[in-house]
Write a protein that binds this ligand. Structure first.
Ligand code: FES
Length: 112
């Protein structure tokens, strides 16, 4: 089975019927499977992988991530998040606050 096939299989339904999605961190080779609708900041796996969270409320900016692929697979970026990310010197078109991202499909990320 190819790596992509394995990922698609992982995105299948969990035994509970909850749709599962894959978060990959290409820089480290790590990947995790999380349930649909999960906030990235609620995933202990991401902290173990080195992502840093602070306020978890979109106010401190420590959790900035670049969404390398699958940007359409996270919740919509609100205007306040866009302006805050821009004020930090990042492009809000590719950088998100991980604590504000709700997973809707497979994504690849890297911490800024
Ligand atoms: S943890 Fe503070 S902005 Fe995300």
């Amino acid at each position: 089975m190819t790596e992509e096939g394995a990922l698609q299989e992982a995105a299948a339904l969990a035994p509970s019927g909850v749709r599962m999605h894959t978060v990959r961190i290409p820089g480290t080779g790590e990947q995790f499977t999380l349930p649909d609708g999960a906030y990235l900041s609620d995933a202990a796996e991401l902290e173990l992988a080195g992502l840093i969270f602070g306020c978890r409320a979109g106010a401190c900016g420590i959790c900035t991530i670049e969404i390398v692929s699958g940007g359409h697979n996270v919740s919509r970026q609100q205007d306040g998040e866009r302006s805050f990310v821009a004020s930090l010197g990042y492009s809000p078109d590719s950088v998100r606050l991980a604590c504000q991202c709700q997973l809707r499909g497979d994504i690849e990320i890297r911490q800024c």
